[in-house]
Design a protein around this ligand. Structure first.
Ligand code: HEM
Ligand SMILES: [Fe+2]
Length: 330
């Protein structure tokens, strides 16, 4: 990345955004390093401490920061925001996200021996993460308006050619709100976590937030790059793969959640409160009754996701590589 960005560091207009992009990218492998601090014989509480140092600080810290920088740069490339606005947005997001997100790490350590101070601070600060998330959701609304925005002097649609990357960014905003904001908040209070930790409501939140936000973001960036490699004519043929893939991935993910992960999670939480945590995690509970039937039902969502989401996008990518007729603008 450094090699690719080096020319941009020389231009005063591009220097700041490019360096922020590089720092945000470097933070991701850097925060993986704690994985080297434990081994198979380390105490479980210590392992869990470092494990969430990685997971949490990635997904609720540096991935979010990277996503903001990336989206700001994409909009800057499309010509719809100035360098100044893009840079301000990145700093604001970094302050809001990292201040709540770093102390919020402790919402994974409620029951790993870190005491009540951690519980109090972490539950409050992680609850505050919903504020920047809501701001990002408002961004999704701006993306919708942006799709229709026209250049005031030339009358041309500004972001028309990047319609499908904007759709993916809209999906990021919506899933951020539902998956991280609503489903994350749902399991965040210590009293809920006590009965719920590591059950299907965790998987429910993790799927909606992880694929919903960062999966969709990755696809948005993929489409952004594919589009830049093709002329309008070639892209017209290609668009249908992306259109089907976009709806397939979103509807498939929503079906996994509606048919299984959310109702299954509620049933499991109910059982945990009624009969005890141990009971709700027994194999006899997991492999029987309504909980198990819902798991079979989930296959509908999985099949839609794979056949109508993953497959058309893969075909579209292969086709684009074959048919590309433009070289991307630097
Ligand atoms: C895009 C943002 C987010 C992503 C991608 C994400 C992803 C995840 C994942 C993958 C896990 C499971 C980790 C594991 O058990 O190994 C998890 C757990 C958890 N998340 Fe999030 N998360 C996000 C935002 C949030 C927010 C904003 C909150 C709270 C307000 C939250 C609260 C929690 C809690 C309490 C757990 C622990 C549940 C448990 O261990 O049972 N998350 N998250
Ligand atoms: Fe977290």
């Amino acid at each position: 990345m450094f090699r690719a960005l080096r020319p941009a560091f020389k231009s005063p207009d591009k220097r700041e955004l490019s360096s922020l992009f590089l720092y945000a990218a470097v933070a991701i492998p850097f925060f993986y390093l704690p994985a080297l601090l434990y081994g198979p014989h380390t105490n479980f509480a210590v392992i869990d401490n470092w494990r969430f140092w990685i997971i949490h600080l990635w997904v609720e810290g540096f991935f979010e920061l990277f996503a903001t920088v990336l989206v700001a740069i994409m909009f800057h490339q499309m010509g719809v925001v100035s360098t100044k606005t893009a840079t301000r947005l990145i700093y604001l997001d970094a302050i809001l996200y990292l201040s709540a997100g770093i102390i919020g790490t402790g919402h994974h350590w409620y029951f790993t021996g870190q005491g009540t101070l951690n519980m109090g601070l972490a539950s409050c600060f992680s609850a505050m993460e919903v504020v920047p998330l809501t701001l990002l959701t408002l961004d999704a609304w701006d993306f919708i308006k942006l799709r229709k925005a026209q250049c005031s002097t030339c009358g041309q649609d500004l972001a028309w050619s990047q319609k499908w990357s904007i759709y993916f960014l809209m999906a990021v905003g919506v899933w951020n709100f539902v998956g991280a904001g609503v489903f994350g908040f749902l399991i965040n209070l210590p009293i809920v976590s006590y009965f719920e930790v590591g059950t299907s409501l965790t998987a429910n939140h993790a799927h909606a937030a992880m694929f919903g936000v960062f999966g969709m973001l990755a696809l948005g960036v993929l489409v952004f790059c594919l589009r830049a490699m093709q002329s309008d004519g070639t892209w017209k043929e290609m668009e249908k793969f992306i259109r089907v893939g976009f709806w397939g991935a979103n509807v498939g993910l929503a079906l996994m959640i509606i048919l299984d992960l959310f109702p299954g999670g509620v049933i499991q939480l109910w059982d945990s409160i009624a009969n005890g945590y141990w009971h709700a995690r027994r194999l006899t509970f997991l492999m029987g009754g309504t909980y198990h039937k819902l798991e079979w039902l989930r296959m509908v969502g999985d099949v839609v996701f794979l056949l109508a989401g993953a497959l058309p996008i893969t075909l579209g990518v292969l086709r684009s590589l074959w048919k590309r007729d433009l070289s991307p603008t630097p």
